[in-house]
Design a protein around this ligand. Structure first.
Ligand SMILES: [Zn+2]
Length: 409
């Protein structure tokens, strides 16, 4: 059931305007590398400031250094903060979505120019249409319509189109959280959830497993210890024992724990028994599964194989470890989104989890409740012919509007 104010603001939502703004966002290229967000940041600032929202653009100082060492100057990493100040500072709500995108990839696989914002059959095509400019568009437009309607808010709204997410956020969310640039009471991170309400995401651990066997002449395998064969046995145990065991526990709203072996490198030449083999595994952990459980589980398997013989050496490195988060469904930020979803779509909302990883896990370090919500099918992100449905984009804008009003007015 909508209040008069809610109806008033929703009536301002203009499909044409939302569509045009989305096309402009796609045309302002921000693909990484270098992920230059200056042009798209200015578009967000212009849209919000014309509606009376206080806006500024911030960039990390030179002391902030990305370990990616990509040579991209910090001045390209423009992040926007729009502030709609209500009666008091709190409660404060952060809307966050990233403006940078991945590269377009093989252009021959696109049916339209990925930076033109072409419309076909109710979809807007382009790199970032889903990941994550659709969410940027819906958040900026939602705040803009509320500002135009001059609805008095009790608390404070921050709109934060951010840089550097696709480069692991060292010059974006990690920096903002480290420096406590924004410390809101709650947050909605815009990522592609197909407009479903996600309560969290899994933790990440990348494991590089190296097995060291013994080289020998390729004609006499019995004289060596083939690291590729030992790795093959390890992969089989990973799939048949460790992953199913870890999947016995998991969060009801999140996908199960997955251990995906994604690169493998072993041996030197065909006539030589492979001495060394390295496997990299992308592990996504559904709570309560912990980092230690995963690494310990792999160590136990390697030890078991080595003890069985022929014995070998091994080691595990973890080059990328990041936390996840799960927000209680009863938190106001989740409840507001669920009720907004119901009132906008007429469908019964079912809380879900986000399949990927987002800046939400960085803001989770502030120990605040966080939801993930945004338009577009997550399967089109990072792929050719990325697109967002205009219906869904407008729907997301409306859900954001109701959620903001219910949390802040
Ligand atoms: Zn994204």
């Amino acid at each position: 059931v909508l209040t008069k104010t809610e109806e008033q603001v929703l009536a301002l939502v203009d499909r044409e305007e939302v569509t045009t703004f989305m096309q402009e966002l796609i045309r302002a290229r921000s693909d990484y590398p270098p992920g230059d967000t200056r042009e798209i940041a200015q578009l967000c600032v212009d849209m919000m400031s014309e509606a009376g929202i206080d806006t500024k653009i911030i960039t990390p100082p030179d002391t902030v250094v990305s370990p990616l060492n990509d040579g991209v100057p910090n001045e390209m990493k423009a992040t926007v903060i729009g502030t709609l100040q209500g009666e008091s500072e709190s409660p404060s709500l952060l809307l966050n979505a990233h403006m940078d995108t991945v590269a377009a990839g093989d252009l021959s696989r696109w049916k339209h120019d990925p930076f033109a914002g072409v419309i076909e059959d109710g979809y807007i095509y382009g790199r970032g249409a889903g990941d994550d400019k659709g969410s940027v568009c819906a958040q900026v437009m939602a705040a803009t319509y509320i500002a135009r309607a001059a609805v008095p808010l009790k608390g404070t709204l921050f709109v934060n189109p951010i840089a550097d997410e696709e480069a692991h956020a060292w010059r974006g969310a990690r920096w903002m959280v480290d420096e406590r640039i924004l410390v809101p009471d709650m947050a909605i991170v815009g990522e592609q959830t197909d407009n479903e309400v996600a309560v969290g995401e899994r933790a990440i651990i990348f494991c590089d497993v190296t097995i060291k066997g013994k080289a020998a002449h390729g004609a006499m395998p019995w004289a060596g210890n083939n690291a590729i064969l030992r790795m093959n046995e390890f992969i089989n145990l990973l799939r048949s024992e460790l992953e199913p065991a870890l999947q016995e526990n998991g969060h009801p709203y999140l996908p199960p724990t997955t251990l995906s072996p994604n690169t493998i490198k072993g041996g030197t030449r065909t006539p030589i028994i492979a001495e060394e083999c390295t496997l990299t595994i992308d592990c996504r952990l559904s709570p309560p599964v912990t980092h230690d459980q995963v690494v310990k589980g792999m160590e136990d398997l390697l030890k078991k194989l080595s003890d069985r013989g022929p014995a070998f050496e091994w080691h595990i490195e973890t080059p990328n470890v990041d936390r996840g988060f799960v927000t209680d469904v009863e938190e106001p930020v989740i409840q507001a989104l669920l009720s907004a979803y119901k009132d906008v779509t007429g469908r019964e909302p079912v809380p879900t989890g986000y399949n990927q990883h987002s800046d939400g896990s960085r803001f989770a370090r502030l120990n605040i409740p966080i939801a993930i919500f945004g338009p577009s099918d997550p399967r089109v992100g990072h792929a050719a012919n990325e697109r967002v449905s205009i219906d869904q984009l407008v729907e997301a804008t409306k859900v954001y509007i109701l959620a903001i009003l219910r949390l802040l007015s």
